[in-house]
Design a protein around this ligand. Structure first.
Ligand code: NAI
Length: 365
């Protein structure tokens, strides 16, 4: 009997209220009936930490693992060694950095994600976060809630997006969609830093310029949005030194992966005013601990903190797409059908994508 193990987040009363919350343990990606019909053993849990967790108990004989970046079940090398039957690990969403991809390669475990399923969801969130930081939205909203009215207190750190230089670090599906959405804002310039060139036509369409040197890229941007996967070449990339390469008073938005930034260094940069704003939805540990420095960091002028829990890619619209995509990948796998090549991260002991790829040009960072 095929055993499928899914590590998802708990929805509680919200999942009852909203059946479209498919990414929860309660609604199980809408796969419960299907799994029953097919005669699969289907274990769904959110209990993922430590040796006594359901995750560690069931990974030992699971054939297929479903995880989600929003409540990541970390598939470490140790667990891969214990997972005797594991053949396929599907990420319900985009971003498989919570899986030790090198170890999966060695064991010839296929790793797949539902490519593209939530890229618009994230790109919209990036635009929202850029706007709320640049326009100092939080300070204004807090005044409303606190029954205050102090226009100057908001305006002293509020700007227009028009006329600013915006750059995306990583210009794949999300990064490019961010640039597309920025075009009508008449920014001064749109830049990108990526080891892969955009096709000339795509570059022309958004009038973007590639900057190949990271220091030059960071030094030219008023706003930096991070849209590269987490891998050996991006882990801890944005640290104290890189933050000092940014313009004083620049804004930083990270919706890619929390560990691309050194948490304490970003907090220090915002607290000191080196950054005017920092926002995003991805954290180096998820769920983030109560005392995480990003919860309390603040620009000296009042706020500048645009952080929320990891949800940009799990809107209700995105959930149906990644739920359907997860099912399709599993069906294809079990029926020996061809997969959508874009969904494949690791296959037959090799990287099937260049996106996790310092291996392509290891000297960039
Ligand atoms: P993609 O694979 O289409 O694009 C990633 C781009 O990053 C590629 O062009 C790649 O060449 C580039 N890149 C990789 N390493 C780089 C480096 N060291 N420096 C500069 N560029 C580099 O991926 P997509 O769909 O755009 O997603 C990007 C990431 O966004 C995902 O890997 C995931 O971590 C994150 N994400 C976050 C979500 C959220 O809810 N916050 C939801 C979906 C994705």
């Amino acid at each position: 009997m095929t055993k499928i193990l899914a590590i998802l987040y708990d929805g509680g009363k919200h999942a009852e209220e909203q059946p479209k919350l498919l990414g929860t343990t309660e609604n199980a990606l809408g796969l419960k009936d299907w799994a029953k019909e097919k005669g699969f053993e289907f274990i769904v849990t959110s209990d993922k930490e430590g040796p006594n967790s359901e995750f560690q108990k069931h990974i030992v004989d699971a054939d297929i693992l479903i995880t989600t970046p929003f409540h990541p079940g970390y598939l470490t090398k140790d667990l891969i060694d214990k997972a005797k039957n594991l053949k396929l690990a599907v990420t319900a969403g985009v971003g498989s950095d919570h899986i030790d991809l090198n170890a999966a390669n060695t064991k010839k475990i296929t790793v797949a994600e539902v490519t593209g399923s939530n890229v618009v969801s994230v790109a919209e969130h990036v635009i929202m976060t850029i706007l709320l930081l640049v326009r100092n939205y939080n300070v204004g909203h807090t005044q409303v809630v606190n029954k205050e009215w102090d226009v100057a207190g908001i305006a002293k750190n509020a700007y227009d997006l028009e006329g600013k230089v915006v750059g995306t670090l990583g210009c794949g599906r999300i990064g490019y969609r961010v640039l597309e959405r920025l075009v009508p804002f008449d920014c001064k310039e749109l830049l990108y830093y990526d080891y892969q060139n955009l096709p000339a036509e795509a570059e022309k369409k958004v009038n973007a310029r590639r900057v190949e040197d990271l220091k030059e890229f960071l030094g030219q941007c008023d706003i930096v949005t991070i849209n590269a996967p987490l891998h050996e070449g991006t882990k801890g990339l944005i640290d104290k030194e890189k933050l000092s390469w940014m313009k004083k008073g620049a804004w930083l938005v990270n919706t890619a992966r929390g560990a691309i930034c050194v948490a304490e260094d970003v907090a220090e940069a915002l607290n000191s005013g080196q950054l005017a704003g920092a926002g995003g939805d991805v954290w180096n540990v998820q769920p983030a601990p109560k005392d995480h420095c990003w919860r309390s960091m603040k620009h000296p002028s009042g706020d500048g903190n645009g952080y929320v829990p990891h949800y940009s890619g799990t809107t209700l619209d995105a959930q149906i797409r990644y739920a359907n995509g997860t099912k399709k990948i599993i069906e294809n796998f079990l029926e020996g059908k061809e997969q959508n090549p874009a969904d494949m991260i690791v296959e037959n002991g090799e990287y099937a994508t260049k996106a996790y790829g310092v291996r392509v040009q290891p000297n960039l960072n």
